[in-house]
Design a protein around this ligand. Structure first.
Ligand code: ADP
Length: 480
């Protein structure tokens, strides 16, 4: 009760200070509840106005018929008292009479008016309506009321006894007044109850959302250490946990961004330092020595090339991720690409053992240059991460049995990837701990691979074991 009063007081204050949020869920719930109850009350009033009279009439008619049946079947046991009671209880008149020498002889009469003329008129009218039938039912209509008349004639000890019951079927104005009053009270009580219940309910419904929005404000202020705690119903709880998940993701990407900056600046710094030092060397010592000068300029050119590659890779990736790059899908023979790569790798990396296995023909529809870029990135990684180990790389394109699918794979026997790192290697600038020590890389290559394959709706799978080696697989669908 105290709570209700408190709520009402709050409501009152917000009304007077015009602080009510008319677009808020609490206000809307309240309005909807009030609208529903108003519609129900309106319908009840409509029904009462249109149905009260017909229902009253049918109940009264049925009543009168029942009373008639009752008095006929109990004629031999009933006394005046019984008739009077029935008459008072049901607001009706009962007349029982017999006819002797064409004159009615009243046996029982419960009507309040004992006026013989009036009584005679009623009896004559009844006898006229009855005619030769054994029972009759008719309505006498007057200006302000209708009267139902029911009766019958029965023979007791070969004497004809006439039973007559009449009652008003138009509701008296007092009955209408009572029912209207009752309805008015019910309407007011239900309106007040609905108002209070919906006030409580709307608060309850909106409370978790309000909490959520307050917590969200904290997040928008940059507090990443906060946690969404709003509970109450499923949707809010799901939203809370989704937001908590997002915060975790933001934190992770925050961390990743820092790592990226560290990685990239490290990768940029190494060649830049080398370029700077060799340029100084040329300026100070080797400038006049053609042999040394050539050697040092070569290093400068190589390092600048690395820088260029790194910058190009990063530009490429950011274009791919922002979807500004256009793919040129054409039909071509994948085996021809592999043939070209076999030639290139076998001549350029003579210290490695390459095994190329592929069929003569495998026609696919894709962006040829980008797919070639994917193969180069994978093969380069295989080379880079097996520098100090077994320098064998197997590149294969193999048809799957009974399917139009060719699986491309690159297998190396190098340093491998730790199980916990496998899930992250396609993330931009991720570098496994084992890789950091061994190879200079930017951590962009596999992200580019993933972007290109995503654009082709192709998947890449990895199998790898630390110190054993890695295999990468891609399934291509031939269009032949
Ligand atoms: P980068 O090689 O320039 O570091 P990548 O995106 O190509 O960047 O690879 C991401 C990371 O995945 C590498 O740093 C390395 O840790 C791991 N990785 C990729 N390929 C191999 C492989 N063949 N063997 C071992 N580790 C690999």
């Amino acid at each position: 009760m105290v709570k209700i009063l408190q709520l009402l007081e709050e409501w009152g204050t917000s009304l007077s200070t015009k602080k009510i949020k008319t677009k808020g869920i609490a206000f809307k719930t309240l309005c909807n509840f009030l609208l529903i109850i108003s519609i129900i009350i309106f319908l009840i009033w409509l029904l009462e106005i249109s149905l009260f009279e017909p229902i009253y009439r049918s109940i009264q008619t049925e009543n009168v018929e029942d009373i008639n049946e009752d008095i006929v079947s109990n004629y031999e046991v009933y006394e005046l008292d019984n008739y009077l009671r029935l008459s008072v209880e049901n607001n009706c008149n009962i007349i029982i009479f017999k006819v002797e020498d064409k004159k009615a002889e009243i046996l029982y009469n419960t009507s309040r008016t004992n006026n013989p003329i009036e009584l005679n008129i009623t009896i004559n009218q009844f006898l006229n309506n009855l005619g030769n039938q054994s029972n009759v039912s008719y309505i006498n209509s007057s200006k302000d009321s209708d009267v139902i008349n029911v009766g019958e004639v029965r023979s007791f000890d070969s004497v004809n006894i006439y039973f007559y019951v009449s009652a008003n079927v138009t509701p008296v104005s007092s009955a209408i007044e009572v029912s209207t009053m009752l309805l008015l009270i019910i309407s007011i009580v239900s309106l007040i109850t609905t108002f209070i219940v919906s006030l409580i309910l709307s608060r309850k419904l909106s409370a978790p959302l309000q909490k959520l929005s307050e917590e969200a404000k904290e997040l928008s202020n940059g507090n990443l250490d906060m946690k969404f705690t709003a509970i109450g119903y499923d949707e809010v709880e799901t939203l809370s946990s989704t937001l908590n998940y997002s915060i975790e993701e933001i934190k992770k990407s925050d961390k990743l961004q820092k790592e990226v900056i560290q990685n990239v600046s490290h990768e940029l710094r190494t060649p830049l330092t080398l370029i700077q030092s060799y340029a100084e060397l040329i300026g100070d010592y080797s400038g006049n020595n053609p042999e040394k000068r050539k050697k040092h300029t070569k290093i400068i050119i190589e390092e600048s090339k690395k820088l260029e590659n790194l910058i190009n890779d990063m530009l490429d990736l950011s274009k791919m991720q922002s979807k500004t790059i256009k793919y040129d899908f054409i039909q071509f023979n994948l085996s021809e690409v592999l043939e070209k790569l076999e030639d290139f790798y076998k001549t350029k990396y003579i210290e490695y053992e390459f095994v190329f296995k592929y069929p003569k023909k495998c026609i696919i529809k894709a962006d040829k240059l980008r797919i070639e870029q994917v193969f180069i990135n994978l093969i380069n990684n295989a080379i880079n991460y097996s520098q100090n180990e077994n320098r064998k790389v197997i590149i294969e394109l193999k048809k799957k049995k009974n399917e139009k699918v060719y699986t491309f794979s690159v297998k190396d026997f190098g340093i491998g990837i730790a199980e916990e790192d496998i899930g992250s290697i396609f993330t931009r600038h991720f570098r496994a701990f084992s890789a950091k020590r061994s190879v200079a890389g930017s951590g962009v290559g596999l992200s580019i691979v993933k972007e290109i394959l995503d654009a082709h709706q192709l998947d890449i799978r990895v199998e790898s074991k630390l110190n054993v080696g890695s295999s990468f697989y891609i399934d291509f669908f031939t269009v032949e």
